[in-house]
Design a protein around this ligand. Structure first.
Ligand SMILES: NC(=O)c1ccc[n+]([C@@H]2O[C@H](COP(=O)([O-])OP(=O)(O)OC[C@H]3O[C@@H](n4cnc5c(N)ncnc54)[C@H](OP(=O)(O)O)[C@@H]3O)[C@@H](O)[C@H]2O)c1
Length: 289
Protein backbone atom coordinates (compact mmCIF):
# COMPACT_ATOMS: atom_id res chain seq x y z
CA UNK A 1 0.00 0.00 0.00
CA UNK A 2 1.32 3.46 -0.88
CA UNK A 3 2.67 5.65 1.93
CA UNK A 4 0.75 8.93 1.87
CA UNK A 5 2.00 11.95 3.82
CA UNK A 6 -0.54 14.73 4.27
CA UNK A 7 1.18 18.06 4.88
CA UNK A 8 -0.81 20.68 6.79
CA UNK A 9 0.92 24.03 6.66
CA UNK A 10 -0.36 27.11 8.48
CA UNK A 11 1.19 29.40 5.82
CA UNK A 12 -0.49 30.21 2.49
CA UNK A 13 2.42 28.69 0.60
CA UNK A 14 3.29 25.35 2.19
CA UNK A 15 7.00 24.96 2.89
CA UNK A 16 9.01 23.69 -0.08
CA UNK A 17 11.71 22.62 2.39
CA UNK A 18 9.29 20.27 4.14
CA UNK A 19 8.05 18.94 0.81
CA UNK A 20 11.54 18.12 -0.43
CA UNK A 21 12.40 16.36 2.84
CA UNK A 22 9.18 14.33 2.64
CA UNK A 23 10.11 13.09 -0.84
CA UNK A 24 13.66 12.33 0.28
CA UNK A 25 12.27 10.44 3.27
CA UNK A 26 10.60 8.02 0.86
CA UNK A 27 6.90 8.91 0.93
CA UNK A 28 5.04 7.67 -2.16
CA UNK A 29 2.43 10.43 -2.31
CA UNK A 30 2.48 13.88 -0.72
CA UNK A 31 -0.80 15.79 -0.33
CA UNK A 32 -0.13 19.41 0.59
CA UNK A 33 -2.55 21.94 2.07
CA UNK A 34 -1.85 25.59 2.92
CA UNK A 35 -3.65 28.04 5.21
CA UNK A 36 -4.68 25.17 7.47
CA UNK A 37 -5.97 26.18 10.89
CA UNK A 38 -7.77 24.52 13.81
CA UNK A 39 -10.99 25.96 12.34
CA UNK A 40 -10.76 24.23 8.98
CA UNK A 41 -8.71 21.07 9.62
CA UNK A 42 -11.36 18.64 10.89
CA UNK A 43 -12.67 17.59 7.48
CA UNK A 44 -9.14 17.11 6.19
CA UNK A 45 -8.33 14.84 9.15
CA UNK A 46 -11.54 12.87 8.64
CA UNK A 47 -10.42 12.25 5.06
CA UNK A 48 -7.21 10.72 6.39
CA UNK A 49 -8.98 8.65 9.10
CA UNK A 50 -11.90 7.18 7.19
CA UNK A 51 -10.36 6.06 3.89
CA UNK A 52 -8.25 3.07 4.90
CA UNK A 53 -9.11 0.32 7.36
CA UNK A 54 -7.60 0.50 10.86
CA UNK A 55 -5.01 -2.13 9.93
CA UNK A 56 -3.80 -0.02 7.02
CA UNK A 57 -3.91 3.43 8.60
CA UNK A 58 -0.20 3.28 9.36
CA UNK A 59 0.32 3.95 5.65
CA UNK A 60 -1.20 7.41 6.03
CA UNK A 61 0.46 10.11 8.18
CA UNK A 62 0.21 13.84 8.84
CA UNK A 63 3.02 16.42 8.95
CA UNK A 64 2.31 19.80 10.54
CA UNK A 65 4.50 22.73 9.51
CA UNK A 66 4.53 26.45 8.79
CA UNK A 67 6.51 29.45 9.91
CA UNK A 68 4.39 30.19 13.00
CA UNK A 69 5.21 27.68 15.74
CA UNK A 70 2.34 28.71 18.05
CA UNK A 71 -0.14 28.11 15.21
CA UNK A 72 1.51 24.77 14.49
CA UNK A 73 1.12 23.77 18.13
CA UNK A 74 -2.58 24.71 18.13
CA UNK A 75 -3.12 22.78 14.90
CA UNK A 76 -1.40 19.70 16.33
CA UNK A 77 -3.72 19.75 19.36
CA UNK A 78 -6.78 20.00 17.13
CA UNK A 79 -5.61 17.19 14.83
CA UNK A 80 -4.83 14.88 17.78
CA UNK A 81 -8.23 15.59 19.36
CA UNK A 82 -10.04 14.64 16.13
CA UNK A 83 -8.88 11.01 16.31
CA UNK A 84 -10.75 8.39 18.32
CA UNK A 85 -10.22 4.69 19.03
CA UNK A 86 -8.25 2.97 16.28
CA UNK A 87 -9.27 5.69 13.79
CA UNK A 88 -6.03 7.63 13.88
CA UNK A 89 -2.86 8.24 11.88
CA UNK A 90 0.60 9.21 13.05
CA UNK A 91 1.46 12.91 13.28
CA UNK A 92 4.70 14.88 13.27
CA UNK A 93 4.90 18.55 14.27
CA UNK A 94 7.95 20.53 13.15
CA UNK A 95 6.73 24.05 12.45
CA UNK A 96 9.68 26.21 11.34
CA UNK A 97 11.99 23.25 12.02
CA UNK A 98 11.69 23.94 15.75
CA UNK A 99 11.77 20.38 17.04
CA UNK A 100 14.32 18.87 14.68
CA UNK A 101 16.68 21.86 15.15
CA UNK A 102 16.47 21.83 18.94
CA UNK A 103 16.94 18.05 19.03
CA UNK A 104 19.99 18.19 16.74
CA UNK A 105 21.57 20.95 18.87
CA UNK A 106 21.14 19.13 22.17
CA UNK A 107 22.38 15.87 20.66
CA UNK A 108 25.51 17.69 19.44
CA UNK A 109 26.15 18.90 22.99
CA UNK A 110 25.49 15.46 24.49
CA UNK A 111 28.19 13.96 22.28
CA UNK A 112 30.78 15.91 24.30
CA UNK A 113 29.26 16.51 27.73
CA UNK A 114 27.58 14.67 30.58
CA UNK A 115 24.51 16.88 30.48
CA UNK A 116 23.38 15.95 33.98
CA UNK A 117 26.62 17.53 35.25
CA UNK A 118 26.56 20.53 32.91
CA UNK A 119 25.70 24.20 33.40
CA UNK A 120 24.32 25.64 30.19
CA UNK A 121 23.24 29.02 28.83
CA UNK A 122 20.59 29.28 26.13
CA UNK A 123 20.81 32.68 24.44
CA UNK A 124 17.64 33.81 22.67
CA UNK A 125 15.95 31.21 24.83
CA UNK A 126 12.38 32.53 24.55
CA UNK A 127 11.96 31.66 20.84
CA UNK A 128 10.45 28.38 19.65
CA UNK A 129 13.85 26.77 19.12
CA UNK A 130 15.41 28.16 22.31
CA UNK A 131 12.49 27.05 24.47
CA UNK A 132 12.78 23.53 23.15
CA UNK A 133 16.56 23.49 23.56
CA UNK A 134 16.13 24.61 27.18
CA UNK A 135 13.42 22.02 27.82
CA UNK A 136 15.49 19.15 26.42
CA UNK A 137 18.58 20.25 28.38
CA UNK A 138 16.52 20.56 31.58
CA UNK A 139 15.03 17.10 31.01
CA UNK A 140 18.60 15.76 30.72
CA UNK A 141 19.35 17.22 34.17
CA UNK A 142 21.33 20.22 32.97
CA UNK A 143 21.38 23.44 35.02
CA UNK A 144 19.97 25.88 32.45
CA UNK A 145 20.18 29.67 32.35
CA UNK A 146 17.63 30.84 29.79
CA UNK A 147 18.39 34.32 28.46
CA UNK A 148 16.15 36.97 26.91
CA UNK A 149 16.37 40.72 26.50
CA UNK A 150 13.62 40.74 29.12
CA UNK A 151 14.24 38.97 32.44
CA UNK A 152 10.49 38.75 32.96
CA UNK A 153 10.00 37.00 29.61
CA UNK A 154 12.86 34.63 30.43
CA UNK A 155 11.29 33.77 33.79
CA UNK A 156 7.87 33.22 32.23
CA UNK A 157 9.43 30.87 29.68
CA UNK A 158 11.19 28.94 32.47
CA UNK A 159 7.86 28.62 34.30
CA UNK A 160 6.24 27.19 31.16
CA UNK A 161 9.08 24.69 30.73
CA UNK A 162 8.85 23.65 34.40
CA UNK A 163 5.21 22.70 33.84
CA UNK A 164 6.39 20.09 31.34
CA UNK A 165 9.62 19.24 33.21
CA UNK A 166 8.87 19.63 36.93
CA UNK A 167 12.36 18.53 37.97
CA UNK A 168 13.99 21.02 35.57
CA UNK A 169 16.68 23.31 37.00
CA UNK A 170 16.13 26.58 35.14
CA UNK A 171 16.93 30.21 35.81
CA UNK A 172 15.62 33.08 33.68
CA UNK A 173 18.06 35.92 33.03
CA UNK A 174 17.96 39.23 31.18
CA UNK A 175 20.76 40.46 28.92
CA UNK A 176 20.63 43.93 27.40
CA UNK A 177 23.98 43.78 25.58
CA UNK A 178 26.68 41.48 24.23
CA UNK A 179 28.68 42.22 27.41
CA UNK A 180 25.76 40.93 29.50
CA UNK A 181 25.58 37.77 27.40
CA UNK A 182 29.32 37.16 27.79
CA UNK A 183 29.05 37.68 31.55
CA UNK A 184 26.22 35.13 31.78
CA UNK A 185 28.40 32.54 30.01
CA UNK A 186 31.20 32.81 32.59
CA UNK A 187 31.65 29.59 34.61
CA UNK A 188 29.32 27.68 32.23
CA UNK A 189 30.28 24.61 30.23
CA UNK A 190 27.79 24.91 27.37
CA UNK A 191 26.28 27.78 25.41
CA UNK A 192 23.64 27.37 22.73
CA UNK A 193 22.74 30.54 20.82
CA UNK A 194 19.14 30.17 19.60
CA UNK A 195 18.43 33.83 18.97
CA UNK A 196 16.77 35.41 15.97
CA UNK A 197 18.49 35.21 12.59
CA UNK A 198 21.14 37.91 12.10
CA UNK A 199 21.57 38.76 15.79
CA UNK A 200 25.02 38.44 17.40
CA UNK A 201 25.11 37.62 21.13
CA UNK A 202 28.78 36.80 21.77
CA UNK A 203 31.25 39.09 19.92
CA UNK A 204 34.55 38.05 18.33
CA UNK A 205 37.12 37.08 20.96
CA UNK A 206 34.53 36.08 23.58
CA UNK A 207 35.40 32.38 23.49
CA UNK A 208 39.02 33.06 24.45
CA UNK A 209 37.81 34.78 27.63
CA UNK A 210 35.29 32.07 28.55
CA UNK A 211 37.74 29.51 29.91
CA UNK A 212 35.17 27.11 31.39
CA UNK A 213 33.22 26.78 28.14
CA UNK A 214 33.62 23.29 26.66
CA UNK A 215 30.99 23.45 23.89
CA UNK A 216 29.52 26.40 21.94
CA UNK A 217 26.65 25.88 19.48
CA UNK A 218 25.22 28.62 17.26
CA UNK A 219 21.96 27.97 15.39
CA UNK A 220 21.89 31.25 13.48
CA UNK A 221 23.25 30.95 9.94
CA UNK A 222 22.40 34.52 8.90
CA UNK A 223 25.24 37.04 9.29
CA UNK A 224 26.09 38.32 11.74
CA UNK A 225 25.99 34.89 13.36
CA UNK A 226 25.02 34.45 17.01
CA UNK A 227 28.51 33.55 18.28
CA UNK A 228 31.08 35.43 16.21
CA UNK A 229 33.92 32.98 16.96
CA UNK A 230 31.91 30.02 15.62
CA UNK A 231 32.02 29.30 11.88
CA UNK A 232 28.67 28.54 10.30
CA UNK A 233 29.93 25.18 8.99
CA UNK A 234 31.80 24.22 12.18
CA UNK A 235 31.06 20.68 13.29
CA UNK A 236 32.99 19.78 16.43
CA UNK A 237 35.70 22.28 15.36
CA UNK A 238 37.88 23.58 18.18
CA UNK A 239 38.35 27.32 18.73
CA UNK A 240 40.16 28.66 21.82
CA UNK A 241 39.75 25.30 23.56
CA UNK A 242 35.98 25.18 22.93
CA UNK A 243 34.28 22.60 20.69
CA UNK A 244 32.11 24.55 18.25
CA UNK A 245 29.12 23.82 16.06
CA UNK A 246 27.65 26.34 13.61
CA UNK A 247 24.14 26.32 12.16
CA UNK A 248 25.13 24.27 9.12
CA UNK A 249 27.21 21.94 11.29
CA UNK A 250 24.06 21.13 13.28
CA UNK A 251 21.96 21.17 10.10
CA UNK A 252 23.26 17.81 8.84
CA UNK A 253 21.95 15.99 11.91
CA UNK A 254 18.73 18.00 11.77
CA UNK A 255 18.11 16.79 8.21
CA UNK A 256 18.77 13.16 9.14
CA UNK A 257 16.43 13.43 12.13
CA UNK A 258 13.71 15.04 10.02
CA UNK A 259 13.88 12.28 7.39
CA UNK A 260 13.97 9.45 9.92
CA UNK A 261 11.09 10.98 11.86
CA UNK A 262 8.96 11.02 8.71
CA UNK A 263 9.93 7.45 7.87
CA UNK A 264 9.01 6.33 11.41
CA UNK A 265 5.49 7.77 11.07
CA UNK A 266 4.68 4.84 8.78
CA UNK A 267 5.65 2.19 11.35
CA UNK A 268 2.43 2.65 13.35
CA UNK A 269 -0.79 4.64 13.20
CA UNK A 270 -0.65 6.19 16.67
CA UNK A 271 2.61 8.14 16.83
CA UNK A 272 2.64 11.81 17.78
CA UNK A 273 6.13 13.13 17.16
CA UNK A 274 6.66 16.39 19.04
CA UNK A 275 9.65 17.79 20.98
CA UNK A 276 10.48 14.82 23.23
CA UNK A 277 9.74 12.09 20.70
CA UNK A 278 11.85 13.79 18.04
CA UNK A 279 14.70 14.17 20.54
CA UNK A 280 14.52 10.42 21.34
CA UNK A 281 14.84 9.75 17.64
CA UNK A 282 17.77 12.17 17.37
CA UNK A 283 19.59 10.25 20.13
CA UNK A 284 19.28 7.09 18.02
CA UNK A 285 20.39 8.91 14.86
CA UNK A 286 23.49 10.14 16.71
CA UNK A 287 24.22 6.66 18.12
CA UNK A 288 23.66 7.86 21.69
CA UNK A 289 20.92 5.27 22.33
N1 LIG B 1 20.13 25.41 11.58
C1 LIG B 1 18.87 25.11 11.33
O1 LIG B 1 18.60 24.11 10.72
C2 LIG B 1 17.76 26.03 11.84
C3 LIG B 1 16.39 25.69 11.71
C4 LIG B 1 15.43 26.53 12.28
C5 LIG B 1 15.85 27.71 12.91
N2 LIG B 1 17.18 28.00 12.94
C6 LIG B 1 17.66 29.22 13.60
O2 LIG B 1 17.49 29.04 14.99
C7 LIG B 1 17.39 30.32 15.59
C8 LIG B 1 16.20 30.34 16.52
O3 LIG B 1 15.00 30.22 15.77
P1 LIG B 1 13.64 30.81 16.37
O4 LIG B 1 12.60 30.66 15.33
O5 LIG B 1 13.43 30.24 17.74
O6 LIG B 1 14.07 32.35 16.52
P2 LIG B 1 13.21 33.66 16.81
O7 LIG B 1 11.91 33.29 17.43
O8 LIG B 1 13.20 34.50 15.60
O9 LIG B 1 14.13 34.41 17.89
C9 LIG B 1 14.50 33.81 19.11
C10 LIG B 1 14.66 34.88 20.17
O10 LIG B 1 15.66 35.81 19.81
C11 LIG B 1 15.43 37.01 20.56
N3 LIG B 1 15.66 38.18 19.71
C12 LIG B 1 14.92 38.59 18.65
N4 LIG B 1 15.45 39.72 18.14
C13 LIG B 1 16.51 40.03 18.90
C14 LIG B 1 17.47 41.10 18.88
N5 LIG B 1 17.43 42.07 17.96
N6 LIG B 1 18.43 41.10 19.82
C15 LIG B 1 18.50 40.12 20.76
N7 LIG B 1 17.63 39.10 20.83
C16 LIG B 1 16.66 39.06 19.90
C17 LIG B 1 13.97 36.97 21.01
O11 LIG B 1 13.98 36.83 22.42
P3 LIG B 1 13.59 38.06 23.40
O12 LIG B 1 12.66 38.96 22.66
O13 LIG B 1 12.92 37.36 24.55
O14 LIG B 1 14.88 38.70 23.75
C18 LIG B 1 13.42 35.71 20.39
O15 LIG B 1 12.48 35.03 21.21
C19 LIG B 1 17.31 31.34 14.44
O16 LIG B 1 18.55 31.96 14.27
C20 LIG B 1 16.93 30.48 13.24
O17 LIG B 1 17.37 31.04 12.04
C21 LIG B 1 18.12 27.18 12.45
Amino acid sequence: MKKILIQFDTDSHPSTFDRVVAVDAGVDELFTYGDVSPGNVTGLVHGAMFTRGPGNLKNTAIFIGGSNVAEGEALTKKVASTFFGPMRVSVMMDANGCNTTAAAAVVAAKQHLDLAETSAVVLGGTGPVGQRVAELLAAEGCMVTLVSRSKERAEQTCDAIRERTPSGKLIGAGAASEEDSVALCARQQLVIAAGAAGVCFLPAGALSTLKSLAVAIDLNAVPPVGIADVGVTDKAAEHDGTICYGALGVGGTKMKVHKQAIASLFEASDRVLDTREIYELALHVAGLK
